[in-house]
Design a protein around this ligand. Structure first.
Ligand code: HEM
Length: 284
């Protein structure tokens, strides 16, 4: 089969969509879950709103590119081509619009309900399209994908919310790290279970997971996520205590682990962007 010349463009668009959508949803979740205290929320909600607008732009580019892939160079805005691509991407694009509007309302009105709606709508947009929808009987898989992405967003925004900026008081930082870790301990294992279940379902079993390019990209993502999990455990068991006993050393250790987290999350996003644009699940 001839390689799709537009596949690298789809990879770049997906990476942009994942990065902006997960950052926006993650910061909004941290505000709704009171990891970021009410007084400190305005900056985080502003960043989330801007990231939400970028997700909207990437979702529009994704739709435009699907038109080009299906109808050729002159079909970017062609209604006839759109009538084919909209059923696959329409519901997901609408969820991104709803999410971006709710996030902006959450920021302008300082409303936790609106920010929570924004984060959930973005997560649902991932369950409404993609490989889980292409399954013969999708069942719970699209919802598992949405829940998976919601937790991934919560985790991925951690380095931003927990970064020890000069303006952040030591007690506020320690409170954020403690509250974040308490939620992460419960949520992150669920992300792994959902991810592994989806990987086996979509790849079609262990053999296909290990032998296909799609499966190997998911395993690379699992490896990156596992290192991030180990860093999280180190933060919870060592760094949190050090933040209280020796704040300067504790903050240095926190900066290092958060830097490493950010690199690992980028690797995870690049692996899933490649798995959903440059290749796909092996045919049964
Ligand atoms: C840092 C941790 C992780 C992040 C940021 C992350 C992010 C994502 C995102 C954004 C998607 C949606 C892709 C799309 O629908 O276009 C996704 C789907 C998926 N993730 Fe994760 N994930 C993480 C960890 C994991 C782990 C540990 C596994 C286990 C193998 C996993 C397996 C999957 C699978 C199988 C899908 C569905 C892929 C498809 O639709 O083809 N993820 N993940």
């Amino acid at each position: 089969m001839e390689a799709d010349p537009l596949a690298p463009a789809l990879f770049a668009i997906k990476l942009g969509l994942y990065g902006s959508a997960l950052l926006a949803a993650g910061l909004d979740l941290h505000a709704s879950l009171n990891i970021i205290a009410r007084d400190d929320r305005s900056r985080a909600l502003r960043i989330a709103t801007v990231a939400g607008i970028f997700a909207l732009i990437f979702a529009a580019l994704r739709l435009g590119l699907a038109n080009l892939q299906l109808g050729g160079a002159n079909s970017l805005l062609d209604p006839a081509t759109l009538s084919w691509t909209w059923p696959a991407l329409g519901p997901s694009s609408i969820a991104v619009v709803v999410g971006a509007v709710a996030m902006a309302a959450g920021w302008l009105l300082q409303s936790s309900i609106a920010t929570a709606i924004g984060a959930v709508a973005f997560a649902i947009s991932f369950g409404q399209t993609g490989h889980t929808q292409a399954l013969e009987s999708p069942g719970l898989a699209p919802w598992a994908a949405a829940a998976h992405v919601l937790i991934a967003a919560f985790w991925l925004a951690g380095p931003i919310t927990l970064w020890p900026t000069r303006s952040l008081e030591e007690a506020t930082l320690t409170a954020r790290v403690t509250r974040f870790s308490n939620f992460a301990v419960a949520a992150v294992p669920v992300l792994f279970v959902l991810g592994l279940w989806l990987a086996l379902l979509l790849a079609g079993g262990w053999a296909a997971l290990l032998s296909s390019l799609y499966g190997q990209l998911l395993i690379a993502k699992l490896a990156a996520a596992s290192f991030a999990l180990a860093l999280g455990a180190y933060n919870k068991s060592v760094v949190t205590a050090r933040l209280q006993t020796a704040p300067e050393t504790g903050q240095r250790a926190l900066r290092l682990t958060l830097d490493l987290d950010a690199v690992l999350f980028l690797i995870a996003l690049a692996a899933i962007a490649a798995a959903t644009s440059l290749t796909g699940p092996p045919s049964p």
